[in-house]
Design a protein around this ligand. Structure first.
Ligand code: HEM
Length: 236
């Protein structure tokens, strides 16, 4: 058997997507911590993590720009797999079964389930709003160019949208921990065939079909599909 999808699992995320995701995750957490430090005096001590209040205040917007730029790349790469499909509606009707660990009762799903798609779209709406409102209130570079009302509105938008994004992140991380095997997808890139079959049956069926076609194309010389012929169609 060659170093194949059978041995190492199925490729779910490319190396680039994983690196980009973890840059976003780390910068996002830094933004939450540094943002909270200024949001309420209760969290002020968090400024110590960044080297004091002045540095925290200075680095927060720069980290925000890095996160937003990386997020744009992620949003583009993950756009297609997060479009809602008809079968997502059927799956949503079984959300109760999924949440009570009876997901075998839910209909088969593609590469992402509707919960993951919702996280994606919430972030797609939140990140640009955070970036734009953040730039408007960014002193000393931009704030002075905007009228006072804009600054007030932007501060409100920034705080409310940050709240939504933080809740979304908590749900995202909780689901990633809850669905065993998900972390491996985002660290090693590959998932076991059993995991793919259980959690994302339609995606798995697509891959099996691609493998079958690939085998037909290359003849049945090797029993499995090798690293370079890995079914990458649809892999973000
Ligand atoms: C500490 C923070 C984070 C952790 C531990 C984490 C963990 C993970 C894991 C394990 C996956 C793979 C899920 C699967 O394939 O089933 C994943 C996917 C993903 N993550 Fe994160 N993540 C974090 C932060 C973020 C942030 C901040 C964003 C966006 C702003 C984000 C966006 C995504 C997206 C779009 C995917 C693709 C699949 C999906 O929508 O679930 N993640 N994450």
């Amino acid at each position: 058997m060659t170093p194949s999808s059978n041995e190492k699992g199925i490729l779910r995320y490319s190396t680039f997507s994983r690196l980009n995701h973890w840059v976003i995750a780390i910068t996002f957490v830094c933004l939450v911590l540094s943002g909270l430090a200024f949001f309420h005096p209760f969290f002020f001590d968090l400024t110590a993590l960044f080297g004091g209040p002045t540095v925290t205040r200075m680095v927060h917007p720069f980290i925000g720009v890095i996160m937003a730029l990386c997020f744009v790349v992620m949003a583009i790469r993950f756009f297609k797999v997060n479009l809602f499909k008809r079968h997502d509606v059927e799956w949503m009707k079984h959300i109760g079964d999924v949440l009570s660990n009876r997901d075998e009762l839910a209909p088969p799903i593609g590469i992402n389930n509707p919960g993951q798609k919702l996280v994606y779209w919430l972030m797609v709406m939140s990140v640009p709003l955070l970036l734009i409102s953040g730039i408007v209130i960014w002193r000393p570079y931009f704030a002075e160019y905007f009228p006072r009302e804009w600054l007030r509105l932007s501060s409100l938008v920034h705080a409310y949208v940050a709240f939504i994004a933080i809740i979304t992140l908590i749900i995202h991380v909780y689901s990633a921990i809850w669905v065993k095997g998900s972390f491996r997808a985002m660290t090693q890139g590959r998932v076991s065939r059993a995991w793919a079959k259980h959690h994302h049956r339609l995606w798995y069926d697509d891959i099996v079909e691609q493998e079958r076609k690939e085998k037909e194309r290359t003849g049945s010389r090797s029993g499995a599909v090798n690293e370079h012929h890995m079914p990458t169609k649809g892999t973000p």
